[in-house]
Design a protein around this ligand. Structure first.
Ligand code: AMP
Length: 114
């Protein structure tokens, strides 16, 4: 399997605008923001996507969501509200084969998504 852009960010090979980092996760601004706040949360241990996760990933998946909550607090959208998106596979629009959670906010978001 080829090395994804997010693994290259994690290794420091490619820079990112970091929002938060802890033992389990890294959060950084999306390079092509779709909202005033658009941050990606990734686990430090590779999971391709939710479809390819299993019971052993329960803790890391929890860490990703809790970091998303932390990011929303840090960037001041926890009260106004925000959307968490995890694109999964081709029809889900996943372009990077490394699990990531989009944290989107800072404006009202329409539903349904495109
Ligand atoms: P997805 O389409 O769900 O796989 O989302 C991948 C996201 O990664 C897109 O929103 C891209 O804009 C974002 N992205 C790709 N390369 C970078 C990068 N070097 N730094 C930050 N975000 C990136």
């Amino acid at each position: 399997m080829s090395v994804t852009i997010f693994e290259r960010i994690l290794s420091g090979e490619i820079p990112c605008k970091k929002v938060w980092e802890d033992d389990h996760t890294l959060a950084f601004h999306d390079i092509a923001p779709q909202a005033p706040v658009h941050v990606l949360v990734i686990p430090k241990r590779k999971i391709v996507n939710v479809a390819q996760s299993d019971d052993a990933d329960v803790e890391i998946l929890g860490h990703v969501l809790l970091t998303a909550r932390k990011v929303a607090q840090l960037l001041g959208i926890d009260v106004s509200g925000y959307r968490l998106v995890m694109n999964n596979g081709n029809d889900g629009g996943q372009t990077v084969d490394y699990l990531h959670c989009h944290v989107l906010g800072g404006r009202p978001l329409r539903w349904p998504p495109g």
